[in-house]
Ligand binder design. Structure first.
Ligand code: SF4
Length: 335
């Protein structure tokens, strides 16, 4: 249950600073950029401009931290804080002193679990060293490990990003590591066999299990895209992630179908815009009927129908049920 945020998997959001630059196809319809245009007008997206949020905003996590016992008594777990929804903590354009201030706040709030989600996972190692060099007092912060109340997440949206970023995520020492695969823009297979350190494996038992890398991840969140211009998600992409997580014993949370729902909806009366989507991501507006696939398509391409139902109506069901798993024990235990 979210108390100060609409995001299903956290209780609070905290933005230490605002502003970012697009670095991935997942940024194409950046929600934060849209907010700048329509509501906040704080920074120009895509420039190096970043705005630090107010001192009052920075005091809120201290209040949440102080309310730990009360929250735990009601919910039986620690509070989760997502940082940042309108920026990227590990963005090169952020003032390193601001990032150090954020980590000081993180270490000053040991009752909170901080979910740091980034599209720049390759920056984390070097930035952690920089933060550590700036935070030598009163308690030094280790340069080689994130504080134990940090859950480190990488956002990926397709196979290319999985291949590039999962090995980097696995290398960062963190108590909890997670993946946010949203918007899911293509099929993703956890091809551990192609990332693995084969020497290390052969010294152990000589076997390479393609799910082994996934076992180093504590949690996977996935969902389709919402908002204006949202791209459809093939339902099979989400099913495949669910099944790979189940096989590896990794908790899986399905956040939403997004703007497009599986199936043809109220196709007959033309109430909804429809489309056909192939397993490789090709989308054909209007879709197909039982006897004709889109031009150039074949049944082996795994076409599925989707319809633009809107985020709320499209809902959170995957094959008729919700998937709301969280990292085993991490929320309940003290780090
Ligand atoms: S990393 Fe996040 S905040 Fe930054 S542009 Fe991409 S979607 Fe927007």
């Amino acid at each position: 249950m979210s108390e100060n945020t609409k995001i299903e998997w956290c209780d609070h959001t905290f933005n230490p600073f605002i502003g970012c630059t697009k670095v991935s196809p997942g940024c194409d319809h950046c929600y934060a950029e849209a907010m700048m245009d329509t509501r906040l007008h704080k920074v120009v997206w895509g420039t190096k401009e970043r705005a630090r949020t107010s001192a009052a905003a920075w005091r809120k996590p201290l209040k949440w931290n102080a309310a730990h016992a009360e929250f735990f008594a009601v919910h039986g777990r620690r509070q989760r804080v997502f940082s940042a929804s309108l920026a990227d903590v590990f963005d090169n354009a952020v003032d390193p002193a601001w990032r150090a201030d954020l980590f000081r706040l993180i270490t000053d709030t040991p009752n909170l679990d901080w979910l740091l989600l980034t599209k720049r996972i390759g920056n984390v190692g070097a930035m952690l060293q920089d933060v550590s060099a700036r935070l030598f007092s009163p308690e030094p912060m280790r340069p080689d490990r994130l504080p134990d109340n940090v859950w480190l997440g990488a956002t990926i949206v397709n196979q290319d990003e999985a291949d590039r970023d999962l090995p980097k995520l696995l290398k960062v020492p963190a108590r909890v590591r997670f993946l946010s695969i949203e918007p899911l823009l293509g099929p993703v297979t956890f091809r551990w066999a192609s990332w693995v350190d084969h020497d290390a494996v052969s010294k152990r038992d000589g076997k390479v299990n393609h799910l082994e890398g996934l076992r180093g991840i504590d949690w996977v969140i996935a969902g389709g895209e919402s908002g204006p211009g949202a791209r459809p998600m093939h339902p099979q992409w989400a099913r495949s992630l669910r099944d790979q997580c189940a096989a590896a014993g990794v908790p899986f949370l399905f956040k939403q179908n997004g703007e497009w729902a599986p199936g043809s909806g109220d196709f007959g009366t033309g109430r909804f815009e429809t489309a056909a989507i192939a397993m490789d991501g090709r989308v054909v507006a209007g879709g197909y009927d039982a006897s004709s696939y889109p031009t150039g398509a074949a049944s082996v391409d795994g076409w599925a129908m989707v319809h633009r139902a809107g985020k709320t109506a499209a809902g959170r069901l995957l094959d008729g049920r919700t998937h709301d798993e969280f990292p085993h024990r991490a929320s309940q235990e003290e780090p």
